[in-house]
Design a protein around this ligand. Structure first.
Ligand SMILES: [Zn+2]
Length: 480
């Protein structure tokens, strides 16, 4: 009996191995067949080989998932005007993104060998990119441009596999994988009748399934380009985009040039975890773009801010304040990147403080059997021998309906998230609507901050910096 089972299992293993080898061959052959039809549908191999540059202007609506003014859906819609252009022969890539609503920003990126920059068109600064990577940067544009995906597929046909057949909008599609130089494999869904790409998807550890949909094809010099695009994250619509203008095989060199008005600023310096004592017993601790404030009271410490890396920040605090427990941990608001600290505070045994309206989002984000949470409506004041600390809801602003700030009236120190900050010394951007609302609210609450600390910057801004940002915004409006 045992012998018989053994033989049977061996036979099964052998037959599985044989089928697997055959499957690979069948899959590669079938992929080639599909790719040949697709290349024809996209204007033929000669046209695609000669397709060297593509420039597209977009109008995009982004859904602010977990980043809206309210804690849940429906999410806010942020509108931008953006554009991308690529030149394969010269390994150049240029893109820009500009707010198309009340948020003031206009940024860009230029990849052009050793003349590569990050550009801030409003601040008129260009920051050199130390190690530009053409394919890495252009990849995001290639992934939303079917003709460029097909060009990639043609060049990398030896990596492609046939996944099978699937229905999209009730029509049968062939599904082929494409492996680009970087990133996870992309599954491409080609309509069996038109051989055009209608859908693609890739799987990311952090985001889950990211889906792309392409609509309304029109030919540009014999090559089909989509007129509309949608992005889905884990099945939820995240972006809707209208391709306003598509141009091909135009030189893009002039767009890689910086205007004379641009000031070159020093490359962004690495930002390791560090502790700054802002005032006696008041510490700003953080690095890599996230910071928390710690205020030493008589027999405990109050922590403010819930961004990434709270345990390491607490570690650095304990080097200088070893004997006082952290009694309270304040979460400024409900946005995804500002509530991750809730878990850390729960594990630390800290009482979590949040705006009443954000209690549910915060509770949903914490996995812990027993933790303490108290809510703040409008304001709560903590008084010690040395410090008075006020936690104040300065919302609503254009960023969030409720937003808690920490204010030390005696020292004139204010800690806030997402409403004002300096990215590099002296680099002040015109105030967007959220910053303008915030400044108004400070007046209303009689907050006189000399030093303004930020959850996203190690730099200490001043009230004069905030006034400069407001003035720059006014000047922008006058120019329009
Ligand atoms: Zn936020």
């Amino acid at each position: 009996m045992k012998k018989y089972q053994y033989i049977l299992i061996s036979l099964l293993l052998i037959s599985n191995t044989l089928t697997a080898q055959n499957l690979t061959q069948v899959s590669v052959d079938k992929a080639r067949e599909v790719i040949d039809q697709v290349v024809e549908a996209y204007g033929g191999s000669e046209r695609l080989n000669k397709l060297n540059s593509v420039m597209i202007d977009f109008e995009t609506s982004n859904l602010a998932v977990n980043q809206s003014k309210k804690p849940g859906p429906p999410w806010d819609v942020n509108k931008v005007k953006d554009s991308s252009m690529v030149d394969f022969e010269n390994q150049q890539f240029v893109s820009s993104i500009q707010s198309n609503d009340e948020r003031n920003f206009h940024n860009g990126i230029i990849i052009n060998g050793d003349k590569s920059f990050q550009v801030d068109f409003l601040a008129k600064t260009a920051t050199p990119i130390a190690e530009p990577n053409f394919m890495n940067t252009a990849g995001s544009f290639i992934r939303v441009t079917p003709a460029l995906l097909v060009k990639q597929l043609m060049q990398r046909a030896n990596t492609a596999h046939y996944l099978g057949q699937a229905d999209v909008d009730g029509k049968p599609h062939d599904v082929v994988t494409l492996v680009m130089e970087v990133g996870p494999a992309i599954s491409l869904y080609f309509d069996q009748e038109t051989h055009l790409l209608n859908k693609s998807e890739r799987f990311f550890g952090v985001f889950g399934m990211v889906g792309y949909r392409f609509h309304e094809y029109k030919k540009v010099d014999g090559i089909p380009f989509n007129g509309r695009f949608e992005l889905f994250v884990s099945g939820e619509n995240n972006m809707k985009r209208h391709n306003v203008r598509t141009q091909i095989n135009q030189p893009i060199a002039k767009h890689t040039q910086l205007s004379d008005k641009m000031a070159q600023v020093a490359p962004v310096q690495p930002d390791p975890l560090a502790r700054q004592e802002i005032s006696d017993g008041v510490y700003l601790i953080g690095g890599n773009g996230t910071y928390a404030l710690f205020v030493e009271m008589d027999d405990h410490v109050i922590a403010i801010g819930g961004t990434a890396g709270i345990p390491e920040r607490i570690g650095l605090l304990k080097e200088v304040v070893p004997n006082k427990p952290i009694k309270y941990g304040v979460l400024t608001h409900h946005h995804g990147d500002h509530i991750v600290g809730g878990q850390a505070y729960a594990e630390e045994g800290t009482i979590i403080l949040t705006a009443a309206a954000h209690e549910q989002v915060v509770r949903d984000s914490i996995e812990h059997d027993s933790y303490k949470l108290e809510t703040i409506k409008d304001q709560r004041t903590f008084t010690g021998k040395q410090h008075e600390l006020q936690i104040i809801d300065v919302g609503p602003t254009d960023h969030a309906e409720h937003i808690l700030v920490a204010y030390l009236p005696k020292a004139g120190i204010l800690f806030q998230a997402d409403h004002f900050g300096l990215r590099s010394p002296g680099n002040i951007n015109p105030a967007g609507q959220a910053t303008q609302d915030f400044a108004q609210s400070l007046k209303k609450h009689k907050i006189k901050a000399k030093s303004i600390l930020s959850a996203h910057s190690a730099l200490v801004a001043t009230d004069a910096d905030l006034n400069t940002a407001l003035k720059l915004a006014k000047e922008l409006v006058q120019k329009d």
